[in-house]
Design a binder for this molecule. Structure first.
Ligand SMILES: C[S@@+](CC[C@H](N)C(=O)[O-])C[C@H]1O[C@@H](n2cnc3c(N)ncnc32)[C@H](O)[C@@H]1O
Length: 277
């Protein structure tokens, strides 16, 4: 492999990151070199990178992808990237989009590989997940673990059910804060996102996601009370009719102990009996 750009030298040329703008740049070469390998099984012909900063990851993505599109909100880093990677821009391998990843139109990419800005990582993840494209994404470690958690894990919750509605989610590597400059306060983790249909049928996706959100606001109550107490969030006109339609054993469980497919069963009963508004 050709020598990749030194991340510290890129930061010296581009300017240091400002933590107030979510700018924690990866400086550990081994982590940077490994990230594209987690996307080896994906179609890497057009990679989308959200938040490129001084471009250390961009450099590694250009080595394996036919095309890379980066979205960078900071105008100084966007113009630095255009200069630093002028050859790749000129031959069409790199497109630099200056703007907010929550607002710009996304290109027709094949997979996303990104070290996300943490304050917007949840919103960006839930912009990418419904696109049904594979991804390798860096999050705060705790967030990554909640995304990937199974029903028996302590970290299991609304985030696990909603993220796994769209894809298989696995934590492929935890990354210590020392791998960044400036260092964040907490550790990070890389998550691999492999889109697939859920193992259950959902007729009305928006209602299902609202219903899951509603029940998890009462994760330690039993399902009976959680359904009764959250009709304003799940928009149910008749929550009592749902309680009557649900099996007694299930009503005694807690939302935090229900597998995604059980949420789907409950949501179907709620949609059929609860007069969703
Ligand atoms: C955690 S840094 C990652 C930088 C680089 N990819 C790396 O790994 O070193 C996140 C980057 O996202 C940019 N950013 C922050 N909010 C953004 C947003 N809403 N849309 C696009 N980029 C954003 C920041 O300016 C920063 O360059």
């Amino acid at each position: 492999m050709t020598e990749r750009r030194d991340p510290d030298a890129l930061i010296r040329r581009a300017g240091r990151g400002n933590p107030d703008f979510d700018q924690h740049f990866l400086v550990d070469d081994r982590v940077l070199d490994r990230i594209p390998t987690y996307a080896e099984s994906f179609d890497r012909s057009h990679v989308l990178e959200i938040g490129a900063g001084p471009g250390a990851l961009t450099d590694r993505l250009l080595a394996v992808a036919e095309r890379v599109t980066v979205v960078e909100r900071d105008p100084d880093f966007a113009s630095f990237l255009r200069e630093e990677f002028a050859d790749a821009v000129a031959d069409g391998a790199l497109t630099v989009v200056e703007g907010d990843a929550l607002e710009v139109a996304l290109p027709d990419y094949t997979c996303s590989v990104s070290n996300l800005p943490y304050s917007a990582s949840s919103e960006i993840a839930f912009r990418l997940l419904p696109e049904s494209k594979p991804a390798v994404l860096m999050f705060q470690r705790e967030f990554a673990e909640r995304m990937a958690a199974s029903v028996d894990d302590d970290a299991y919750g609304r985030l696990s059910v909603t993220a796994q509605h769209y894809a298989d989610i696995e934590v492929v590597e935890t990354v210590p804060k020392e791998a960044f400059d400036p260092q964040p306060r907490v550790a990070s983790a890389l998550v691999r996102v492999t889109p697939r249909d859920p193992a259950y049928e959902v007729e009305d996706e928006a209602f299902f996601l609202d219903f899951v959100k509603a029940l998890f606001t009462q994760r330690r109550k039993n399902v009976r009370n959680a359904i009764r107490n959250t009709a304003h969030i799940s928009h149910l006109g008749d929550p009592e009719a749902v309680v009557e339609a649900v099996d007694e054993d299930l009503l005694r469980k807690r939302p935090g102990n229900l597998a995604p497919e059980t949420f789907a069963e409950l949501a179907a009963l709620a949609a059929a009996h609860g007069e969703p508004m």
